[in-house]
Design a protein around this ligand. Sequence first.
Ligand code: G3P
Ligand code: MG
Length: 243
Amino acid sequence: PPSPAADAWPRWIAHRGAGRRAPENTLAAFRHGWQLGYRAFECDVKLSADGEPYLLHDDTLERTTSGQGPAAAADWATLSRLDAGAWCGPGWAGEPPARLAALAAFANAEGLHVNLELKPLPGQAEATGQVVAHAVRRLWHTGTPAPWLSSFQPAALAAAAVAAPELPRALLLDTLTPGWVAQAQALGCQGVVLNHRLMDADTLRSLHAHGLAGWVYTVNEADRADALWALGVDRIITDTLGP
Ligand code: G3P
Ligand code: MG
C-alpha cells in the first residue's frame, strides 16, 4: 500500500498526463509530462468489461483510440491492442491504452503524485470506486505518495472510502449544488476539485474553514492561474501551464 501521509504535493498537476502536449491518459503522456518537469498528474480511470482498471476519458473509444463504439463492450485484451496515440499525431502512433497497473509501476519508480479521477461508465460508479481503491492498495508501494481519488460521482467516492478508507478523496464539482461542502465532508473528503470558474475568495475561505483543500481544473491561461494562486488555491490542474 502507498503512504497515506499528507506529503507535499506539487502545485501544478498535468491534466490527463501531459495536457494537450501528448495523447491523453497514456503512459507516453506521463513520460512526456515527467520530461517537461511535471511531478503531479491527473488521469481518468474506468473499468474494462472484464473489470481491469485502465485510463480513458470518454465513454466511447473513437475520439482517443483506434476502436469504435462504447468502451463498456471492450475487455482488456481487446483494449490493449488499440492505438491510443495516433489520433494525437503520427509520432505517437502505436502507443496503447494504459492499465492502472502500468501507471502504478511508473509512479513507484519515480515517486509520482497522481490524482486518479474515477470516471465510471454508466452504472459502474460503485464497482469503479471499489476496484480502483483495492487496486491502488495492491499496486502502489509503501513510500510512493498515495494517489488522491477524485470523482464527480459521490457513489464512486463512497465505495472507495469503504474499500480503502486511508486513501485521500476529493469531490469534483462542475456546479455548486446546495450542501456541497456538507456532501464533501460526509464522503470523508480531504478536498474539493472545482471547475476554476466557480472558485472565488468566499468559496475558498469556506473550503478552508471546513478543513478542505481547494483544487481547481482546468486552468490554461497564465493570468487566471496567477489570480487563483493569489487567492490561495492549493493545486491547479492544467493542460498548458507550469510546471
Ligand atoms: O479532474 C479534473 C478534470 O479532469 C475533470 O474534467 O472532463 O477533464 O475529466 P475532465
Ligand atoms: Mg479528468
